[in-house]
Write a protein that binds this ligand. Structure first.
Ligand SMILES: *Cc1c(COP(=O)(O)O)cnc(C)c1O
Length: 231
């Protein structure tokens, strides 16, 4: 993608979302654009915010907390999308609206215990290791039903859905395969846990956003195509 200003890039990513939705008969507002701002200074987030962006995703806790302090005056919905150690759960419980990368019950219990009583429950997605890669984070599809049932029982979490980062694939057709699998896993969870608000598929990044939307994504996590290449 041509590198433009942040507002220009936000416009063209939004146009791509609209086009992708149209091509598969989905409503454009059924997909939320999450701006992934890891490694970007708070000033870049503010430019995106001033252009109307409200959902921001961060991977590194310390960095995220510093930006949150600088952007206190902004009405931002903060999503934590990176790996989380169990001794860092309190910061996520206290300072985020969403956690996409939940993969262990121990972390889930701590987040629920540490969620402040004056905040609504933390929205969580379970990260699935959809390609069963040794190197990748996420619960295996086999262990997903048990983890989901346990997380759904925690009082201060709202189990919203699933997240995945598939192994890179070149062709759009191939890119759809893991996303369709994740979408099927969510359908299975919905019948397993009919009382849960399971409405979220967090899937699709700069390189595979269209394939993800075609396969039912409700949150696309876009960094590079908004803020430019990371160092
Ligand atoms: C960095 C990151 C993204 C954004 O990736 P881009 O290819 O820059 O759009 C999305 N999701 C997660 C979990 C990430 O770590």
């Amino acid at each position: 993608m041509r590198k433009g200003s942040i507002p220009e890039n936000l416009n063209s990513v939004t146009e791509r979302i609209v086009t992708a939705c149209r091509s598969c008969d989905r409503q454009a507002d059924s997909v939320t654009l999450l701006a992934v701002s890891k490694t970007r200074p708070a000033a870049d987030l503010r430019v995106a915010y001033d252009a109307g962006q409200r959902h921001f995703g961060e991977n590194y806790l310390q960095e995220a907390l510093e930006k949150q302090a600088e952007l206190k005056d902004c009405d931002i919905i903060w999503h934590f999308i990176g790996p989380l150690q169990s001794n860092k759960t309190r910061d996520v419980a206290e300072h985020f609206h969403w956690m996409h990368s939940l993969e262990r019950l121990k972390i889930a219990r701590r987040l629920s215990e540490q969620r402040p009583a004056d905040l609504p429950p933390l929205n969580v997605c379970l990260q699935v290791n959809i390609d069963n890669e040794d190197s990748k984070s996420g619960v295996s599809p086999e262990k997903l039903p048990a983890l989901a049932a346990a997380v759904a029982a925690l009082p201060n979490l709202r189990l919203r859905g699933l997240m995945a980062i598939p192994a890179p694939r070149g062709e759009t057709e191939d890119q759809r395969t893991p996303f369709i699998q994740l979408s099927r896993l969510l359908d299975e969870l919905k019948s397993q846990l009919p009382d849960q608000p399971l409405d979220t598929l967090s899937m699709g990044m700069s390189g595979d956003m269209e394939a993800a939307i075609f396969s039912g994504s409700t949150i696309v996590r876009i960094g590079t195509d908004i803020f430019g290449a990371r160092k």
